[in-house]
Design a binder for this molecule. Structure first.
Ligand SMILES: Cc1ncc(C[n+]2csc(CCOP(=O)(O)OP(=O)(O)O)c2C)c(N)n1
Ligand code: SF4
Length: 259
């Protein structure tokens, strides 16, 4: 992984909470490079799926576990958490129909989307989650990406799943509380994690946590959760910083950096 990768920071924090009793169904992307058969840094199990089908992979795992439970070959204590790990390209684009269908089927799973706002693994091309004005490999001019970031949180809330939250590695306590709470809730659970990406956003890898904190303090990345039909903001900055303070740190945005 790249030095300073916040996607990795988030996965690490989430794994610390979920523990080893888990099966990750991973959509092709940067995090796929973590597990290269037969090696894995994960304490639980890991399945690699095509970009579009990680929730379908999770369904297969969940069904297999349920059959083992029904036949008494697994005790409830031995059951495993079914987790999808996917980037924003997979979560808000090519894999969206698989997520939507999994929620409709009330699949028991936690979907984690690490949002680095581009197709990171293939060189940071623009996609539906790329913010307006960001330069990417496919939107290089001074004006950057002309689209507007898709609101994945609202899209998921419209499906009325059991739980939806935004998190960031720069706020580990908020993240820990949300993941621990989500694991106690039955049904489809979705978490979108801001994942500042030094390689794609062009900033010093040492600044990853600072960039995450600036995203929250400027209001660009609101920390919130949806549960029981209600959206609550979980961390409201006392004094909102100017958005420029967040953007100025990143070469992908035109603040004196050459295009
Ligand atoms: C159908 C399909 N198209 C293209 C690719 C090539 N590809 C592999 S990873 C990737 C980027 C995925 O982006 P995202 O889901 O945002 O995850 P990230 O790479 O940013 O971690 C692409 C385009 C693929 N594996 N499958
Ligand atoms: S490209 Fe970005 S998201 Fe992918 S490993 Fe590197 S820093 Fe992480």
């Amino acid at each position: 992984m790249c030095a300073g990768c916040s996607g990795l920071e988030v996965v690490r924090q989430i794994c610390d909470i979920i523990g080893e009793r888990s099966v990750f169904s991973n959509a092709a992307g940067c995090m796929t490079l973590l597990s290269v058969y037969p090696f894995t840094p994960f304490r639980g199990s890991w399945i690699y799926t095509a970009m579009a089908s990680a929730p379908a992979g999770a369904q297969g795992v969940r069904d297999a576990l349920d059959i083992l439970l029904a036949r008494g070959r697994l005790t409830p204590e031995e059951d495993l958490a079914t987790v999808v790990l996917a980037g924003d390209g997979s979560s808000s684009g090519i894999g969206l129909s698989a997520i939507s269908a999994a929620i409709d089927r009330n699949l028991e799973f936690l979907h984690i989307c690490y949002d680095n706002e581009g197709y990171g693994n293939t060189g940071q091309q623009a996609l539906a989650a790329t913010p307006h004005g960001a330069r990417t490999a496919t939107s290089r001019g001074a004006a950057g990406h002309q689209g507007r970031k898709k609101d994945l949180f609202r899209l998921w809330v419209a499906h009325r799943p059991a739980y939806v939250a935004t998190v960031a590695g720069a706020e580990p306590l908020d993240l820990a509380r949300k993941i621990a709470g989500a694991m106690e809730i039955c049904g489809p659970k979705l978490v979108i994690a801001l994942a500042p990406c030094p390689t794609g956003w062009d900033f010093d890898p040492a600044e990853t946590v600072k960039i995450g904190k600036l995203a929250i303090r400027s209001g660009v990345w609101p920390l919130k959760e949806y549960i029981g039909g209600k959206v609550t903001h979980t961390l409201i900055p006392r004094r909102r910083l100017a958005v420029e303070e967040y953007l100025r740190q990143q070469g992908r945005v035109g603040f004196g950096h050459p295009p």
